[in-house]
Design a protein around this ligand. Sequence first.
Ligand SMILES: Nc1ncnc2c1ncn2[C@@H]1O[C@H](COP(=O)(O)OP(=O)(O)OP(=O)(O)O)[C@@H](O)[C@H]1O
Length: 341
Amino acid sequence: MSLYSLQEVRQVFEDRTVLDIDNLEMTAGGSYALLGPNGSGKTTLLHVLAFLRPPSSGVIYFQGQKVEWRDSVLTGLRRKVVLVDQHPIMFSTTVLKNVEYGPRMRGVSARERRKAAEECLERVGMSAFAHRPAHLLSGGETQRVAIARAMACRPEVMLFDEPTASVDVENQAVIDGVIRQLRKDKGVNGRISIIFSTHKPLEASRLAQERIFLFEGRLTGPGGENLLSCDIVQGGGGAVCVVGDNVALPVQTSRSGPGRVFIKPELIGLFPLDAAHEETTEQGHVGEILQMTAEGPNIKVLLDIGVPLRTLLSKDEARHLDAMVGEKVRVRIDPEAIELA
Ligand SMILES: Nc1ncnc2c1ncn2[C@@H]1O[C@H](COP(=O)(O)OP(=O)(O)OP(=O)(O)O)[C@@H](O)[C@H]1O
């Protein structure tokens, strides 16, 4: 069954188009990760999916019905869909009362809402905190309580905005487990649907069946993973495009200003950090290996060089490199790999 169907959905803020989606389909019971660099429109899309903000234009169908952005309709939709913010705000009362809030607003009896709140706190491992003041919790604990608070509303769809971005490793592991368990749960009409934004490709593959890539508000396929925003700068030695904070790549163009660059994964070489290799003297960047996965005869490597970058190594090259996830390597991007989009 269709969950969402977005058609020609655009969001414009102050004359700038920050979301520009021609067509996006999501299925009920699915789990989706929204991936994309900072400012690519993930939060904006989540707010639209949560019916918190109407898009500037376009049409959304939810469970097969065209969404009318009228309060009487939205109240019903917001009961089915809940969003857990990246930085949730707790009311200055106990954790338990915070979690009971949603069911209370939905007219659930005192006994039932207490039961629901206790159950949900248990599921996020926060029962021991039930009577503590909620506004004094740490970031990770707050995130867990916010998830319990959302679950207590018995939604059909749960949206999470970077659920593990601002939490420590221990809380990350708990939240990971809670989302995995939610995927197995039965919601009101079958399995609950989950959509979350993340910067972490590993988390996306672990927790979601489907990945949706956003770049400057538009959908890009997985092939667009090395499609990056850049700033083209003309200098004495020719033009460079700057990606992330300070990664400068040579390009041949007379243009300057903002642009997009595509970096071909197969033309990115990796070398040990300490290698006195002549090839590493030119355009060397230091990158941390975030993920390595076998892909046919090759190994796909996800790197962090200040921006996420995917490379493709042959198994021989990977063996020769002899590096593991978490290690730093020298990254050489062949000039042929760099194409302005
Ligand atoms: N209310 C607003 N008014 C004006 N601009 C906005 C507003 N909300 C978001 N934006 C802009 O829209 C763009 C997309 O922002 P959004 O928060 O959706 O991106 P994101 O992918 O969630 O980023 P991050 O990963 O940093 O959270 C950004 O350039 C942001 O500055």
